[in-house]
Design a protein around this ligand. Structure first.
Ligand code: NAG
Ligand code: NAG
Length: 531
Protein backbone atom coordinates (compact mmCIF):
# COMPACT_ATOMS: atom_id res chain seq x y z
CA UNK A 1 0.00 0.00 0.00
CA UNK A 2 2.74 2.37 1.02
CA UNK A 3 4.86 1.59 -2.01
CA UNK A 4 1.88 2.16 -4.32
CA UNK A 5 1.38 5.56 -2.70
CA UNK A 6 5.04 6.30 -3.15
CA UNK A 7 5.01 5.25 -6.81
CA UNK A 8 1.89 7.29 -7.39
CA UNK A 9 3.50 10.25 -5.72
CA UNK A 10 6.64 9.92 -7.86
CA UNK A 11 4.55 9.51 -10.98
CA UNK A 12 2.61 12.64 -10.11
CA UNK A 13 5.79 14.55 -9.44
CA UNK A 14 7.07 13.66 -12.89
CA UNK A 15 3.88 13.92 -14.91
CA UNK A 16 2.38 17.03 -13.34
CA UNK A 17 5.05 19.53 -14.44
CA UNK A 18 5.27 17.72 -17.79
CA UNK A 19 1.50 17.96 -18.19
CA UNK A 20 1.50 21.65 -17.34
CA UNK A 21 4.40 22.18 -19.72
CA UNK A 22 2.56 20.46 -22.59
CA UNK A 23 -0.65 22.32 -21.73
CA UNK A 24 1.17 25.64 -21.84
CA UNK A 25 2.72 24.83 -25.22
CA UNK A 26 -0.64 23.70 -26.62
CA UNK A 27 -1.63 26.23 -29.29
CA UNK A 28 -4.77 28.31 -28.62
CA UNK A 29 -7.77 26.98 -30.67
CA UNK A 30 -7.32 28.07 -32.22
CA UNK A 31 -28.21 63.78 -54.75
CA UNK A 32 -26.80 67.48 -56.25
CA UNK A 33 -24.97 67.82 -53.00
CA UNK A 34 -22.97 65.18 -51.29
CA UNK A 35 -22.97 64.77 -47.55
CA UNK A 36 -19.41 64.31 -46.42
CA UNK A 37 -19.87 65.85 -42.99
CA UNK A 38 -19.18 64.07 -39.80
CA UNK A 39 -22.49 63.19 -38.22
CA UNK A 40 -21.21 62.12 -34.81
CA UNK A 41 -24.37 60.12 -34.41
CA UNK A 42 -24.71 56.90 -32.53
CA UNK A 43 -22.66 55.16 -35.18
CA UNK A 44 -20.35 53.49 -32.70
CA UNK A 45 -23.28 52.12 -30.68
CA UNK A 46 -24.91 50.69 -33.78
CA UNK A 47 -21.68 49.10 -34.87
CA UNK A 48 -21.22 47.63 -31.47
CA UNK A 49 -24.72 46.23 -31.25
CA UNK A 50 -24.22 44.26 -34.43
CA UNK A 51 -20.98 42.85 -33.21
CA UNK A 52 -22.17 41.83 -29.77
CA UNK A 53 -24.22 38.75 -29.32
CA UNK A 54 -27.70 39.13 -27.95
CA UNK A 55 -30.61 36.80 -28.72
CA UNK A 56 -33.37 38.49 -30.76
CA UNK A 57 -36.78 39.20 -29.18
CA UNK A 58 -38.54 36.88 -31.59
CA UNK A 59 -39.41 33.52 -30.03
CA UNK A 60 -38.54 34.92 -26.57
CA UNK A 61 -40.99 32.49 -24.95
CA UNK A 62 -38.76 29.55 -25.80
CA UNK A 63 -36.12 29.05 -23.12
CA UNK A 64 -32.50 28.48 -24.01
CA UNK A 65 -29.32 27.36 -22.32
CA UNK A 66 -26.11 29.27 -22.94
CA UNK A 67 -23.12 27.15 -23.96
CA UNK A 68 -20.38 28.94 -22.06
CA UNK A 69 -17.49 27.40 -23.99
CA UNK A 70 -18.80 28.98 -27.17
CA UNK A 71 -20.54 32.08 -25.78
CA UNK A 72 -17.33 32.94 -23.95
CA UNK A 73 -15.58 33.35 -27.28
CA UNK A 74 -17.95 36.10 -28.44
CA UNK A 75 -16.91 39.75 -28.14
CA UNK A 76 -18.20 41.37 -24.93
CA UNK A 77 -16.83 44.93 -24.81
CA UNK A 78 -15.52 44.60 -21.26
CA UNK A 79 -11.96 43.34 -21.70
CA UNK A 80 -9.31 43.78 -18.99
CA UNK A 81 -5.61 43.17 -18.67
CA UNK A 82 -5.01 41.19 -15.50
CA UNK A 83 -1.84 39.48 -14.47
CA UNK A 84 -2.16 35.75 -14.86
CA UNK A 85 -0.91 33.87 -11.84
CA UNK A 86 0.96 30.69 -12.74
CA UNK A 87 -0.84 27.47 -11.81
CA UNK A 88 2.25 26.19 -10.05
CA UNK A 89 4.96 28.30 -8.46
CA UNK A 90 8.37 26.72 -8.87
CA UNK A 91 11.74 28.45 -8.73
CA UNK A 92 12.73 27.56 -12.31
CA UNK A 93 9.33 28.41 -13.83
CA UNK A 94 10.47 31.84 -14.97
CA UNK A 95 13.05 30.26 -17.24
CA UNK A 96 10.69 27.83 -18.91
CA UNK A 97 7.54 29.89 -19.27
CA UNK A 98 7.59 33.40 -20.63
CA UNK A 99 6.75 35.97 -17.97
CA UNK A 100 3.59 37.96 -18.54
CA UNK A 101 3.73 41.69 -18.03
CA UNK A 102 0.74 43.99 -17.77
CA UNK A 103 0.78 47.70 -18.60
CA UNK A 104 -2.04 50.15 -17.89
CA UNK A 105 -1.75 53.13 -20.21
CA UNK A 106 -3.91 55.85 -18.70
CA UNK A 107 -1.57 55.90 -15.70
CA UNK A 108 0.96 57.97 -17.63
CA UNK A 109 -1.46 60.88 -17.32
CA UNK A 110 -2.60 62.61 -14.16
CA UNK A 111 -6.31 62.77 -13.29
CA UNK A 112 -6.90 66.18 -14.84
CA UNK A 113 -5.08 65.20 -18.03
CA UNK A 114 -6.95 61.90 -18.23
CA UNK A 115 -10.31 63.66 -18.22
CA UNK A 116 -9.44 66.06 -21.05
CA UNK A 117 -7.46 63.63 -23.16
CA UNK A 118 -10.06 60.88 -22.94
CA UNK A 119 -12.71 63.26 -24.23
CA UNK A 120 -10.52 64.37 -27.11
CA UNK A 121 -9.66 60.81 -27.95
CA UNK A 122 -13.36 59.93 -28.05
CA UNK A 123 -14.04 62.78 -30.50
CA UNK A 124 -11.25 61.66 -32.78
CA UNK A 125 -12.44 58.08 -32.50
CA UNK A 126 -15.98 59.02 -33.57
CA UNK A 127 -14.55 60.70 -36.63
CA UNK A 128 -12.42 57.73 -37.38
CA UNK A 129 -15.53 55.51 -37.24
CA UNK A 130 -17.35 57.87 -39.58
CA UNK A 131 -14.46 57.74 -42.03
CA UNK A 132 -13.96 54.04 -41.91
CA UNK A 133 -17.60 52.98 -41.71
CA UNK A 134 -19.18 51.80 -44.93
CA UNK A 135 -22.89 51.09 -45.46
CA UNK A 136 -21.71 47.82 -46.96
CA UNK A 137 -20.68 46.79 -43.45
CA UNK A 138 -24.28 46.91 -42.25
CA UNK A 139 -25.94 43.63 -41.53
CA UNK A 140 -28.91 42.90 -43.77
CA UNK A 141 -30.93 39.75 -43.42
CA UNK A 142 -32.90 38.32 -46.31
CA UNK A 143 -36.28 37.32 -44.87
CA UNK A 144 -37.53 33.86 -45.64
CA UNK A 145 -40.40 33.10 -48.03
CA UNK A 146 -39.96 36.23 -50.06
CA UNK A 147 -41.01 35.88 -53.67
CA UNK A 148 -38.20 38.29 -54.54
CA UNK A 149 -34.97 37.23 -56.14
CA UNK A 150 -32.07 39.64 -56.00
CA UNK A 151 -28.31 39.84 -55.67
CA UNK A 152 -27.24 39.96 -52.05
CA UNK A 153 -23.64 41.01 -52.63
CA UNK A 154 -21.03 41.71 -55.27
CA UNK A 155 -22.52 44.70 -57.09
CA UNK A 156 -20.15 47.53 -57.83
CA UNK A 157 -20.47 50.77 -59.77
CA UNK A 158 -17.81 53.38 -60.56
CA UNK A 159 -18.75 56.85 -59.30
CA UNK A 160 -21.39 58.45 -61.59
CA UNK A 161 -21.42 55.42 -63.90
CA UNK A 162 -24.17 52.95 -64.81
CA UNK A 163 -24.54 49.20 -64.35
CA UNK A 164 -27.16 46.56 -65.07
CA UNK A 165 -28.62 45.00 -61.94
CA UNK A 166 -28.48 41.25 -62.47
CA UNK A 167 -30.68 38.64 -60.82
CA UNK A 168 -33.90 40.64 -60.22
CA UNK A 169 -37.18 38.72 -60.43
CA UNK A 170 -40.44 38.05 -58.63
CA UNK A 171 -41.79 34.55 -58.06
CA UNK A 172 -45.13 35.73 -56.62
CA UNK A 173 -48.13 33.36 -56.48
CA UNK A 174 -50.85 33.92 -59.15
CA UNK A 175 -52.73 37.25 -58.87
CA UNK A 176 -54.27 39.95 -61.11
CA UNK A 177 -51.46 42.46 -60.96
CA UNK A 178 -47.81 41.92 -60.18
CA UNK A 179 -45.98 44.96 -58.80
CA UNK A 180 -42.43 45.62 -57.71
CA UNK A 181 -40.62 48.78 -56.58
CA UNK A 182 -36.95 49.69 -56.44
CA UNK A 183 -35.71 52.53 -54.23
CA UNK A 184 -32.16 53.94 -54.02
CA UNK A 185 -30.59 56.93 -52.24
CA UNK A 186 -27.39 57.70 -54.16
CA UNK A 187 -28.51 56.94 -57.73
CA UNK A 188 -31.34 56.50 -60.21
CA UNK A 189 -32.97 53.64 -62.11
CA UNK A 190 -33.74 53.18 -65.77
CA UNK A 191 -34.36 50.34 -68.15
CA UNK A 192 -32.00 49.34 -70.91
CA UNK A 193 -34.94 47.87 -72.86
CA UNK A 194 -38.74 47.94 -72.62
CA UNK A 195 -41.03 44.95 -72.46
CA UNK A 196 -44.70 44.80 -73.61
CA UNK A 197 -47.54 44.85 -71.08
CA UNK A 198 -45.32 46.31 -68.34
CA UNK A 199 -46.07 49.70 -66.81
CA UNK A 200 -42.97 51.60 -65.72
CA UNK A 201 -43.05 54.65 -63.46
CA UNK A 202 -40.13 56.68 -62.15
CA UNK A 203 -37.65 56.18 -64.94
CA UNK A 204 -34.51 58.26 -64.26
CA UNK A 205 -35.50 58.64 -60.61
CA UNK A 206 -34.55 57.12 -57.32
CA UNK A 207 -37.87 55.25 -57.06
CA UNK A 208 -38.86 52.89 -59.87
CA UNK A 209 -42.25 51.09 -59.97
CA UNK A 210 -42.93 48.23 -62.35
CA UNK A 211 -46.26 46.48 -62.74
CA UNK A 212 -47.79 43.94 -65.10
CA UNK A 213 -50.58 41.41 -65.25
CA UNK A 214 -48.09 38.91 -66.66
CA UNK A 215 -45.43 37.78 -64.22
CA UNK A 216 -43.17 36.57 -67.01
CA UNK A 217 -43.27 39.95 -68.75
CA UNK A 218 -42.49 41.67 -65.48
CA UNK A 219 -39.51 39.40 -64.90
CA UNK A 220 -38.31 39.94 -68.44
CA UNK A 221 -38.45 43.70 -67.81
CA UNK A 222 -36.56 43.31 -64.55
CA UNK A 223 -33.64 41.85 -66.51
CA UNK A 224 -33.11 45.27 -68.11
CA UNK A 225 -33.13 47.48 -65.03
CA UNK A 226 -30.06 49.73 -64.75
CA UNK A 227 -28.64 51.72 -61.87
CA UNK A 228 -26.77 55.01 -62.35
CA UNK A 229 -24.82 56.52 -59.51
CA UNK A 230 -25.66 60.25 -59.33
CA UNK A 231 -24.01 61.34 -56.09
CA UNK A 232 -20.25 61.45 -56.33
CA UNK A 233 -19.17 59.93 -53.05
CA UNK A 234 -16.70 57.16 -53.70
CA UNK A 235 -15.91 54.41 -51.27
CA UNK A 236 -19.49 54.32 -50.04
CA UNK A 237 -22.43 52.16 -51.01
CA UNK A 238 -26.07 52.53 -52.00
CA UNK A 239 -28.50 50.30 -50.16
CA UNK A 240 -31.29 49.50 -52.63
CA UNK A 241 -34.76 48.51 -51.43
CA UNK A 242 -36.56 45.97 -53.64
CA UNK A 243 -40.20 45.39 -52.70
CA UNK A 244 -43.42 43.78 -53.74
CA UNK A 245 -46.77 43.55 -51.94
CA UNK A 246 -46.00 42.41 -48.43
CA UNK A 247 -42.31 41.73 -48.96
CA UNK A 248 -39.16 43.73 -49.12
CA UNK A 249 -35.51 43.01 -49.64
CA UNK A 250 -32.31 45.07 -49.56
CA UNK A 251 -29.12 44.77 -51.48
CA UNK A 252 -26.00 46.84 -51.66
CA UNK A 253 -24.25 48.43 -54.62
CA UNK A 254 -20.72 49.52 -53.78
CA UNK A 255 -19.63 52.86 -55.22
CA UNK A 256 -15.94 52.61 -55.86
CA UNK A 257 -13.17 53.95 -58.00
CA UNK A 258 -11.01 51.33 -59.61
CA UNK A 259 -8.19 50.23 -57.35
CA UNK A 260 -4.99 51.57 -58.85
CA UNK A 261 -2.22 49.02 -58.63
CA UNK A 262 1.33 49.89 -57.74
CA UNK A 263 3.43 47.47 -59.73
CA UNK A 264 7.14 46.94 -59.91
CA UNK A 265 8.14 45.44 -63.22
CA UNK A 266 11.46 43.65 -63.35
CA UNK A 267 13.37 42.03 -66.18
CA UNK A 268 12.26 38.58 -67.18
CA UNK A 269 15.16 36.31 -66.36
CA UNK A 270 15.72 33.01 -64.60
CA UNK A 271 16.25 33.21 -60.85
CA UNK A 272 15.98 36.36 -58.81
CA UNK A 273 18.20 39.38 -59.54
CA UNK A 274 18.46 40.63 -55.98
CA UNK A 275 20.11 43.93 -56.99
CA UNK A 276 17.10 44.72 -59.15
CA UNK A 277 14.50 43.47 -56.69
CA UNK A 278 15.73 44.45 -53.23
CA UNK A 279 16.97 47.56 -51.41
CA UNK A 280 18.66 46.98 -48.06
CA UNK A 281 17.55 49.66 -45.60
CA UNK A 282 19.01 50.48 -42.21
CA UNK A 283 19.24 53.24 -39.64
CA UNK A 284 22.49 54.06 -37.91
CA UNK A 285 23.35 55.97 -34.79
CA UNK A 286 26.79 56.22 -33.15
CA UNK A 287 27.92 52.86 -34.44
CA UNK A 288 29.97 53.50 -37.60
CA UNK A 289 32.32 50.59 -36.84
CA UNK A 290 29.35 48.26 -36.77
CA UNK A 291 27.87 49.80 -39.91
CA UNK A 292 31.14 49.29 -41.82
CA UNK A 293 31.16 45.65 -40.79
CA UNK A 294 27.58 45.30 -42.00
CA UNK A 295 28.31 46.91 -45.37
CA UNK A 296 31.44 44.78 -45.85
CA UNK A 297 29.48 41.61 -45.08
CA UNK A 298 26.68 42.60 -47.48
CA UNK A 299 29.23 43.28 -50.25
CA UNK A 300 30.71 39.80 -49.82
CA UNK A 301 27.43 38.30 -50.97
CA UNK A 302 25.60 41.10 -52.80
CA UNK A 303 28.14 43.45 -54.43
CA UNK A 304 25.54 45.52 -56.33
CA UNK A 305 22.48 45.73 -54.09
CA UNK A 306 21.54 49.29 -53.08
CA UNK A 307 21.97 50.08 -49.38
CA UNK A 308 19.94 52.97 -47.97
CA UNK A 309 21.21 54.38 -44.67
CA UNK A 310 19.33 56.87 -42.50
CA UNK A 311 21.88 58.59 -40.28
CA UNK A 312 21.13 60.96 -37.37
CA UNK A 313 24.63 61.12 -35.92
CA UNK A 314 26.09 64.29 -34.48
CA UNK A 315 29.38 64.00 -36.37
CA UNK A 316 28.36 62.24 -39.57
CA UNK A 317 30.89 60.10 -41.38
CA UNK A 318 30.41 59.44 -45.07
CA UNK A 319 30.15 55.77 -45.99
CA UNK A 320 32.25 55.35 -49.10
CA UNK A 321 31.44 52.86 -51.83
CA UNK A 322 29.13 52.23 -54.77
CA UNK A 323 25.38 51.61 -54.42
CA UNK A 324 25.22 53.34 -51.03
CA UNK A 325 22.65 56.09 -50.39
CA UNK A 326 23.31 57.73 -47.03
CA UNK A 327 20.69 60.24 -45.81
CA UNK A 328 21.73 62.62 -43.05
CA UNK A 329 19.12 63.69 -40.53
CA UNK A 330 19.15 66.22 -37.70
CA UNK A 331 20.99 64.83 -34.67
CA UNK A 332 19.07 62.30 -32.57
CA UNK A 333 15.89 62.41 -34.67
CA UNK A 334 15.42 58.87 -33.57
CA UNK A 335 14.79 55.29 -34.38
CA UNK A 336 11.37 55.30 -36.06
CA UNK A 337 11.96 58.64 -37.81
CA UNK A 338 15.08 57.11 -39.36
CA UNK A 339 13.32 53.91 -40.33
CA UNK A 340 10.58 56.00 -41.94
CA UNK A 341 13.10 58.01 -43.95
CA UNK A 342 15.08 54.96 -45.04
CA UNK A 343 11.96 53.07 -46.10
CA UNK A 344 10.63 56.08 -48.03
CA UNK A 345 13.71 56.00 -50.27
CA UNK A 346 13.42 52.39 -51.42
CA UNK A 347 12.45 52.19 -55.10
CA UNK A 348 12.61 48.44 -55.61
CA UNK A 349 9.76 45.96 -55.27
CA UNK A 350 11.09 44.73 -51.94
CA UNK A 351 13.05 46.17 -49.09
CA UNK A 352 15.10 44.26 -46.57
CA UNK A 353 15.23 45.80 -43.11
CA UNK A 354 18.44 45.19 -41.14
CA UNK A 355 19.83 46.79 -37.99
CA UNK A 356 23.22 48.50 -38.28
CA UNK A 357 24.80 45.85 -36.05
CA UNK A 358 23.85 42.84 -38.17
CA UNK A 359 26.33 40.82 -40.20
CA UNK A 360 25.50 38.91 -43.38
CA UNK A 361 26.66 35.29 -43.53
CA UNK A 362 26.31 32.43 -46.00
CA UNK A 363 22.94 31.82 -44.32
CA UNK A 364 21.68 35.29 -45.25
CA UNK A 365 20.07 34.17 -48.49
CA UNK A 366 17.78 37.01 -49.54
CA UNK A 367 16.69 34.89 -52.54
CA UNK A 368 14.89 32.50 -50.20
CA UNK A 369 12.85 35.30 -48.66
CA UNK A 370 12.14 36.80 -52.11
CA UNK A 371 10.89 33.37 -53.16
CA UNK A 372 8.38 33.34 -50.29
CA UNK A 373 7.02 36.79 -51.15
CA UNK A 374 6.96 36.04 -54.89
CA UNK A 375 4.92 32.88 -54.37
CA UNK A 376 2.54 33.86 -51.57
CA UNK A 377 0.21 36.73 -50.77
CA UNK A 378 2.30 37.64 -47.73
CA UNK A 379 3.41 41.29 -47.55
CA UNK A 380 6.27 40.85 -45.14
CA UNK A 381 8.40 37.92 -44.07
CA UNK A 382 10.85 37.86 -41.20
CA UNK A 383 14.00 35.79 -40.89
CA UNK A 384 16.02 34.74 -37.86
CA UNK A 385 18.64 36.79 -36.03
CA UNK A 386 21.48 34.70 -34.63
CA UNK A 387 23.02 35.95 -31.44
CA UNK A 388 26.68 35.44 -30.55
CA UNK A 389 25.57 32.66 -28.23
CA UNK A 390 24.38 30.73 -31.30
CA UNK A 391 20.76 31.17 -30.28
CA UNK A 392 18.58 32.32 -33.16
CA UNK A 393 15.47 34.39 -32.57
CA UNK A 394 12.53 34.95 -34.89
CA UNK A 395 10.54 37.01 -32.34
CA UNK A 396 7.19 35.87 -33.72
CA UNK A 397 4.27 37.46 -31.98
CA UNK A 398 0.51 37.35 -32.23
CA UNK A 399 -1.33 40.64 -31.81
CA UNK A 400 -5.02 40.90 -31.01
CA UNK A 401 -7.37 43.58 -29.78
CA UNK A 402 -10.37 43.09 -27.50
CA UNK A 403 -13.21 45.57 -27.15
CA UNK A 404 -13.06 47.43 -23.86
CA UNK A 405 -15.90 49.95 -23.87
CA UNK A 406 -15.49 53.65 -23.13
CA UNK A 407 -12.12 53.28 -21.43
CA UNK A 408 -10.51 51.97 -24.59
CA UNK A 409 -9.60 48.57 -25.96
CA UNK A 410 -7.13 45.97 -24.74
CA UNK A 411 -4.03 45.10 -26.67
CA UNK A 412 -2.84 41.54 -26.38
CA UNK A 413 0.64 40.51 -27.53
CA UNK A 414 1.70 36.87 -27.24
CA UNK A 415 4.82 35.17 -28.46
CA UNK A 416 3.84 32.68 -31.13
CA UNK A 417 2.44 32.17 -34.58
CA UNK A 418 -0.55 30.70 -36.39
CA UNK A 419 -0.24 28.24 -39.28
CA UNK A 420 2.63 26.94 -41.34
CA UNK A 421 2.78 28.32 -44.87
CA UNK A 422 1.89 25.73 -47.51
CA UNK A 423 4.92 24.71 -49.61
CA UNK A 424 7.23 26.55 -47.19
CA UNK A 425 7.69 24.23 -44.20
CA UNK A 426 10.13 26.68 -42.56
CA UNK A 427 7.64 29.53 -42.66
CA UNK A 428 4.61 30.39 -40.53
CA UNK A 429 2.03 33.16 -40.54
CA UNK A 430 2.05 35.52 -37.57
CA UNK A 431 1.42 39.21 -36.77
CA UNK A 432 4.88 40.52 -35.91
CA UNK A 433 8.51 39.52 -36.46
CA UNK A 434 12.10 40.39 -35.62
CA UNK A 435 14.05 43.42 -37.00
CA UNK A 436 15.21 41.41 -39.99
CA UNK A 437 12.51 41.19 -42.63
CA UNK A 438 11.87 41.39 -46.34
CA UNK A 439 8.71 43.28 -47.28
CA UNK A 440 6.80 44.66 -50.22
CA UNK A 441 8.01 48.24 -50.30
CA UNK A 442 4.62 49.87 -50.95
CA UNK A 443 2.95 47.96 -48.12
CA UNK A 444 5.54 49.04 -45.54
CA UNK A 445 5.37 52.63 -46.80
CA UNK A 446 1.60 52.56 -46.34
CA UNK A 447 1.88 51.61 -42.70
CA UNK A 448 4.93 53.77 -41.98
CA UNK A 449 6.96 54.13 -38.82
CA UNK A 450 5.56 56.68 -36.39
CA UNK A 451 8.40 59.22 -36.14
CA UNK A 452 7.26 60.20 -32.66
CA UNK A 453 8.65 56.90 -31.38
CA UNK A 454 12.23 58.03 -31.14
CA UNK A 455 13.88 55.53 -28.80
CA UNK A 456 12.58 52.16 -27.69
CA UNK A 457 10.05 50.83 -30.21
CA UNK A 458 9.51 47.80 -32.36
CA UNK A 459 6.10 46.13 -32.14
CA UNK A 460 4.44 49.52 -32.68
CA UNK A 461 5.00 49.16 -36.42
CA UNK A 462 3.25 45.80 -36.48
CA UNK A 463 0.44 47.10 -34.26
CA UNK A 464 -0.14 50.04 -36.63
CA UNK A 465 -0.03 47.54 -39.50
CA UNK A 466 -2.41 44.98 -37.98
CA UNK A 467 -4.99 44.10 -40.62
CA UNK A 468 -2.95 45.85 -43.34
CA UNK A 469 0.11 43.65 -43.38
CA UNK A 470 -0.04 39.93 -44.00
CA UNK A 471 3.00 38.77 -42.03
CA UNK A 472 5.08 35.61 -42.21
CA UNK A 473 8.23 34.36 -40.52
CA UNK A 474 10.83 31.89 -41.76
CA UNK A 475 13.72 30.37 -39.85
CA UNK A 476 15.76 29.03 -42.79
CA UNK A 477 17.31 32.45 -43.50
CA UNK A 478 19.36 34.14 -40.81
CA UNK A 479 21.61 37.10 -40.18
CA UNK A 480 24.17 37.40 -37.37
CA UNK A 481 23.88 39.90 -34.57
CA UNK A 482 27.15 41.61 -33.69
CA UNK A 483 26.15 43.23 -30.41
CA UNK A 484 23.07 43.18 -28.19
CA UNK A 485 24.35 40.77 -25.57
CA UNK A 486 27.01 43.00 -24.03
CA UNK A 487 29.43 40.90 -22.02
CA UNK A 488 30.96 42.59 -18.96
CA UNK A 489 34.56 41.98 -20.09
CA UNK A 490 33.94 43.68 -23.47
CA UNK A 491 35.40 47.17 -23.48
CA UNK A 492 32.68 49.80 -23.56
CA UNK A 493 33.89 52.68 -25.67
CA UNK A 494 32.51 56.19 -25.47
CA UNK A 495 30.13 55.78 -28.39
CA UNK A 496 28.68 52.51 -27.11
CA UNK A 497 27.98 54.20 -23.79
CA UNK A 498 26.34 57.17 -25.50
CA UNK A 499 24.41 54.77 -27.77
CA UNK A 500 23.04 52.97 -24.76
CA UNK A 501 22.03 56.22 -23.12
CA UNK A 502 20.10 57.24 -26.22
CA UNK A 503 18.63 53.91 -27.19
CA UNK A 504 17.78 52.73 -23.68
CA UNK A 505 17.46 55.94 -21.72
CA UNK A 506 17.73 55.69 -17.94
CA UNK A 507 15.08 58.34 -17.47
CA UNK A 508 12.74 55.77 -18.97
CA UNK A 509 9.78 57.54 -17.37
CA UNK A 510 9.63 59.96 -20.30
CA UNK A 511 9.98 57.09 -22.74
CA UNK A 512 7.18 55.11 -21.08
CA UNK A 513 5.01 58.21 -21.01
CA UNK A 514 5.56 58.69 -24.74
CA UNK A 515 4.88 55.09 -25.75
CA UNK A 516 1.97 54.53 -23.41
CA UNK A 517 0.57 57.94 -24.28
CA UNK A 518 0.56 57.03 -27.97
CA UNK A 519 -1.06 53.68 -27.28
CA UNK A 520 -3.74 55.44 -25.24
CA UNK A 521 -4.41 58.47 -27.42
CA UNK A 522 -3.47 57.33 -30.94
CA UNK A 523 -4.50 53.67 -30.87
CA UNK A 524 -7.25 54.09 -28.22
CA UNK A 525 -5.96 51.26 -26.06
CA UNK A 526 -6.48 51.34 -22.34
CA UNK A 527 -4.02 48.61 -21.59
CA UNK A 528 -1.71 45.96 -22.93
CA UNK A 529 -0.97 42.46 -21.82
CA UNK A 530 2.05 40.70 -23.24
CA UNK A 531 4.46 37.90 -22.57
C1 NAG B 1 -44.56 51.11 -54.96
O1 NAG B 1 -44.48 52.51 -55.09
C2 NAG B 1 -45.72 53.13 -55.34
C3 NAG B 1 -45.49 54.61 -55.64
O2 NAG B 1 -44.35 55.08 -55.04
C4 NAG B 1 -46.62 52.92 -54.13
O3 NAG B 1 -47.90 53.55 -54.34
C5 NAG B 1 -46.81 51.41 -53.94
O4 NAG B 1 -47.55 51.18 -52.77
C6 NAG B 1 -45.48 50.70 -53.83
N1 NAG B 1 -45.70 49.28 -53.89
C7 NAG B 1 -45.13 48.46 -53.03
C8 NAG B 1 -45.41 47.04 -53.25
O5 NAG B 1 -44.43 48.86 -52.12
C1 NAG C 1 20.50 42.79 -62.13
O1 NAG C 1 19.93 44.08 -61.96
C2 NAG C 1 20.89 45.13 -61.97
C3 NAG C 1 20.18 46.41 -61.55
O2 NAG C 1 18.95 46.58 -62.26
C4 NAG C 1 21.55 45.21 -63.36
O3 NAG C 1 22.53 46.24 -63.37
C5 NAG C 1 22.21 43.85 -63.65
O4 NAG C 1 22.73 43.85 -64.96
C6 NAG C 1 21.21 42.71 -63.49
N1 NAG C 1 21.91 41.45 -63.56
C7 NAG C 1 21.59 40.49 -64.42
C8 NAG C 1 22.39 39.26 -64.32
O5 NAG C 1 20.69 40.62 -65.24
Amino acid sequence: MRSIKKTLCCLLLVTLPLGIFVLCLWPLKPHPTVDVNYRISSISENLLKHKLWEPPEKYAYIPYKVKETVAGLLPKNNCRCDKEEPVLKLPFMGHIFPQTSVHQFQQVFNDAEQEVLKKRRQQEYQRFLERSHSPADALIIAKANSPLEYPTQGLQVRPLKTIMIPGLSSQAPPRNLYRVNLTATLGTFDVAAEVDQVTIEGVGQMHLSLSSSQVDNLNRQLQFVTYTNTVFNPNTADTVKFETDGHQAFFVIKIQHATIPKLYISEDQPGYNISALVTIVTKTFLRYDRLRELIASIRTFYPKVTIVIADDNNNPEKMEGPYIDQYFMPFGKGWFAGRNLAVSQATTKYLLWVDDDFIFTANTKIEKLVDVLEKTTLDLVGGAVREKTGFATTFRHQISVEQGGEEGDCLNIRMGHYHTVLDFPNCVVTDGVVNFFLARTDRVQRVGFDPRLSRVAHSEFFIDGLGMLHVGSCDHVSVDHASKIQLPWNKINGNTKMYKEFRYPKSSEASVRLRHGLFYLKNRFKCMIKN
